[in-house]
Design a protein around this ligand. Sequence first.
Ligand SMILES: [Zn+2]
Length: 359
Amino acid sequence: MKKLLLTAAAAMCSLAAVLCLTGMAANNTESGRGSALSQNMDTNTGSGQMPSWVGELYATPAPTPEPTKDPDATPEPTKDPNATPEPTAEPTNAPLPTQRPTEVQAGTSEAETVKVPILLYHHIAEDFSESRAISIISPRDFRLHMTAIKTQYTPISLREYVEFVNCRDGSKTLPRNPIIITFDDGYLSNYEVAYPILKELNIPATIFIVTDTVGETAGDGKVEFSHFTWEQAREMQSSGLIEIQSHTNDHVKLGELGNDTVNYELRKSKYLIEKNLGTTCDMIAYPYGSYSAAAIEASDKAGYDVQCLVGDDATDVDYEVNLPRDGVKNLTRITVSGLMGNVNVLELIRQALANEIVQ
Ligand SMILES: [Zn+2]
């Protein structure tokens, strides 16, 4: 089902470059490396182990300094990340352009092969160990990621992409260099930290929530980190910038469960979202990237027209961007590490977009 393929040599080269850059990005977090990618991918429960060879690549010391970054210099603002955000250093905080870059029209041959990366974030927190970096990023780095991305890409909502892919009359368009931001699990930090930044920068996002943990508080024995409430979800959704969709009810591996449990997870989550938010729940992100043919069929029948099959699994290094011609039932996402600085996340996206399209 892979849409994009790297030649073996190109893939290794590409991956090594990304991972080295990732390692060097630890300048403003912690110094070690190597263990992050071998840790659990998700903060709720464990899974998604990286293969050992990836860890080895990741652990390889970078032979040359990063050309665009002097470690002694301070290319990024060093202000207190807890301070009120100030639109000082980032050029993209300037007034937003009213017109988007040249558009690609649905239904044209060009539209079939436009590459669309979907980024995946989880929790946002100031302090975290390197081993949790695959699912946690600092507020400062998250802001830097978003502002950097806006300098080179045009963020669109997942809904806009879906409507473009499904458009048959040519009435929909996509901007050049589109990119999509998503979150999994539904952490309170998405509401408290990410939402204000996304509003400020006018970046849409989709949050896939675990419905059973909505409003749960850290320390209550059910979740490690607090999750936002239905009221907060409604507030975000009513802004028009944030869309809330399903990540199952109990954060389970749908690919490993029987039909009855799969149906329960799919239908209860959809029911709760629609009941509490008054909107249609028709998108699902599979926890841990775990799915099966039966789970996909059950999702179809439950009304999930949009399915993110992978994303919690960062091992999918050769399968990182989406093409409209492949529809919206096998979307792939790029898991962003909290060890990446803004330069490195741009490089990660560039590498993913450099993947060759297999005809
Ligand atoms: Zn998850």
